[in-house]
Design a protein. Sequence first.
Length: 420
Amino acid sequence: MEDFKRRALALDHEDPLASFREEFVIEDSDTVYFDGNSLGRLPKRAISSVRDSVEHQWGDRLVRAWGESWVDAPLRIGNKAARLIGASEGEVIVCDSTSVNLFKLICAALRRQSGRHKVVSDDLNFPSDLYVLEGAIRFLGVGNELEIVRSKNEISIPARDVEEALDKRTAVMALSHASFKSGFLHDMSALTRAAHRVGALVIWDLSHSVGVIPIDLHDADVDMAVGCTYKYLNGGPGSPAFLYVRKDLQEELGNPIWAWFGERNPFDFELEYRPADGIKRFLAGTPPILSLLAVESGIDLILKAGLDHLRQKSMWQTEFLIELWDRFLREKGVALKSPTDSAIRGSHVSFGHAEALAISLALIGDQRVIPDFRQPDNLRFGIAPMYNTYSEIVTAVERLLIILQTKSFERYRSARPTVT
């Protein structure tokens, strides 16, 4: 382990992104936080932003703030988010939750694809996405069905397996870019082309990849996408999500949720709904301004750091973690449940163990290491290259070894926490 510690110190010293750690609130430097893939750390500049939005904009400007800055915030921040995913201005808007945005898009896509009744997804997709897809299918009726492609190893799915499910009946292919359990990355370009060859539209969920992986939706010719902002974008708990629609499709797709912020001129108060032009038609009700404004700070930091730099560090750090697993954890009965090839792995590494939940709770309760657990046996270590160090990776593995050697996790076997 001493060799790994020396290597980690050297890598931290040479890290060109090291200064960005100072941009985040870290109250306890002895706590290793590896759950940035669920909730990112708090950017310091978000504190001043939220304070200004509360004390000055709300407190002083009151309702005048709507016309001064608030009403344009979903599009303004969306235009910044567009730079993270290879989109253009006017193609991304920040609003609602990922689930609500996905519901809007799947309903719009199915209505546009009249005569086609199949939605293709896979079992590595985030379950909430599958709920939304199934709910939309039942809501719309008319013979729609969801076909789920199954993974043979619970880690990855070959592109050909998804392609085999695509046919002339397919209306939409809806997938997560990065798997929430294993971190497996789909080939976005190849699968989008395959879907388009049979006339299907494509929706990608970018929640577990945006902010740590360079994404180019234009290059991949993606039709639609959604993503959350509270993971690697560090937007805060429950922060609003984003929605992307390729510009040439915006006028063809209708938002199924007709509400006043998606109306052409909401302050005309017309009784008949007229959809707004462009991406604004995908807005619905009044935006949650305080949490919306908090998103901007995290996006600004990522744009400053550069996605290519973040991706390179993420790959190096996850490779370093897997090297430690191979040297120390494999022999302790810990399985690797993420791809070994960093080119098809996102920024989290998943380990498998029969006692994964108890181990996760012991790490948090006894060793001040915060990962997360996903059923049935996945212990996820989320690497956020903006603030995680190589030395933290070594520390986390050391503390995990203590738990495995002492079997201190046995005290947590009966625990059933609501949030894991």
